[in-house]
Design a protein around this ligand. Structure first.
Ligand SMILES: *Cc1c(COP(=O)(O)O)cnc(C)c1O
Length: 452
């Protein structure tokens, strides 16, 4: 895909290790980091970045690593994508900020128009823009409560919706996200997710939805529910793909109950799962949808989009923020969306699945420790267990991830039990890099796990 990466500074698309990982420059920067940066901010891989592009990240020691993380599903169009860089340069030279609520600018409106066009459903839609995914989720809850006059918000086991106080209440996992940061916001109710690998074998999406919704009806009361909030494919929770029909059943229940169905597509959106949005694969049309991560090629931008009557239920001035929909981030989003359309990055995500899934399944056949291989598009994962059980093996997951890192492949972990290796390559990654990264993964398993 050299044409995609024709920016003058695009790094060579290769894995190249010239020092141990991390190298001496990264190690000395890690010392400065430890002295100056809060210990509360974690590090997956202690290499400092000098530049990045396409499917590689180049560190300060000159090592070139294959990127299977995309900065957590953000740089789907590739790092420093040429069109994004040009749009940002042009906008930053024109003006950097006016505050959209003070004196508006076209880019913000154009992003909202694109969101109306691309998100599921052909009903009238409106949007508001924010800086982070967490902020978009908070605003979804605000809109749903105001529009319905109800308070309860239903969320699911293994859910991740952010790290601000309200979104921590919505997020499931204690360590490291919630631990001792409470008290958390009230009127949040958690119900079971459809998790095919861990549910009773054969449980259908409809059955899993009935299990969750019965709990809502008995413990919350359908008439008290402002919103049901769900990731159509769970992200940090371990790339859990609900059984077919689950999402649709939950959405239908919301319609009948007069509750707002909110899809959190912050990780799944913008071509990641092989469609513009993960809801598309099941024909589900959310009332509200939150987006961020892949939307703007790495610039901070998030959006809440939804039915015009819901979004307009809010009094003027009720939504906003100083930086929300910053003009530079909007320019980046427009260039990102144009890139996704021109290069058909949904098809690219499906092609990544076609390359990776058979390799991951073959790996599963060769060992006893991969309980499940799952995901959609370029959002794929393996769940590691003790042989012959479904008991999570987080320690092995960490060892495999570190072995990949040492060989110059950036992989991330996830999951409530910390036992999921997840793969989120940039959608523009070259086939050769992808294959090489899978070879490194195979070798890591071969070194850590006895063959079957
Ligand atoms: C990352 C993420 C968030 C939070 O987004 P931030 O930009 O980190 O605040 C919310 N929901 C989902 C599904 C996410 O993946």
């Amino acid at each position: 895909m050299t044409g995609v990466l024709s920016g003058v500074d695009a790094p060579a698309q290769e894995r190249r290790l010239v020092t141990e990982i991390p190298g001496p420059r990264s190690r000395s920067l890690m010392e400065r980091r430890a002295a100056a940066v809060s210990a509360g901010v974690g590090t997956t891989l202690p290499v400092f970045v000098e530049r990045a592009g396409g499917g590689v990240v180049v560190d300060v020691d000159g090592n070139s690593l294959i990127d299977l993380g995309s900065g957590i599903a953000v740089v789907s169009v590739g790092n420093a994508a040429p069109r994004v860089v040009d749009a940002v340069r042009e906008q930053v030279a024109a003006f950097t900020h006016t505050c959209f609520m003070v004196t508006p600018y076209e880019g913000y409106v154009a992003v909202c128009e694109e969101l109306a066009r691309l998100t599921p459903g052909d009903h009238a839609k409106k949007s508001a823009l924010f800086n982070s995914g967490s902020e978009a989720v908070e605003n979804a809850v605000k809109v749903a409560r105001l529009a319905t006059g109800r308070q309860a918000v239903v969320v699911f086991d293994h859910a991740y919706h952010g790290r601000t106080n309200l979104t921590l209440a919505l997020t499931a996992k204690n360590m490291p996200y919630k631990h001792r940061f409470g008290p958390f916001a009230p009127e949040i109710y958690r119900v079971p997710m459809s998790y095919p690998f861990r549910d009773e074998p054969g449980m259908t999406g409809a059955q899993a939805a009935a299990r969750a919704l019965q709990q809502v009806e008995t413990q919350v009361g359908a008439g008290n529910v402002a919103a049901v909030l769900i990731e159509p494919v769970q992200g940090e929770g371990g790339f859990v793909v609900p059984a077919p029909g689950f999402l649709a059943a939950v959405a239908q229940w919301c319609t009948a109950a007069g509750a707002v169905f909110i899809a959190d597509e912050i990780q799944t959106g913008f071509c990641r799962t092989g469609d513009w949005f993960a809801c598309d694969a099941e024909g589900v049309v959310p009332d509200l949808i939150t987006t961020a991560k892949g939307i703007a090629g790495g610039m901070p931008l998030a959006a809440l989009t939804g039915r015009a009557e819901l979004m307009d239920a809010v009094h003027p001035g009720g939504l906003g923020g100083t930086y929300g929909g910053n003009p530079v981030a909007c320019a980046a989003a427009l260039a990102t969306i144009a890139t996704m359309e021109d290069l058909d990055l949904s098809a690219a995500a499906r092609a990544i699945e076609a390359t990776m899934l058979p390799r991951l399944r073959a790996l599963q056949e060769r060992t006893d420790v991969i309980g499940d291989v799952r995901g959609r598009g370029a959002m794929l994962a393996v769940e590691l267990v003790r042989p012959g059980t479904v008991e999570p093996d987080a320690a092995l997951t960490g060892r495999i991830a570190r072995a990949c890192h040492a060989q110059g492949v950036i992989v991330l972990t996830a999951g409530t039990y910390g036992n999921v290796l997840r793969f989120l390559p940039p959608l523009v990654i070259g086939q050769n890099l992808l294959t090489e990264a899978l070879d490194v993964l195979d070798a890591a398993f071969a070194a850590e796990v006895p063959r079957r």
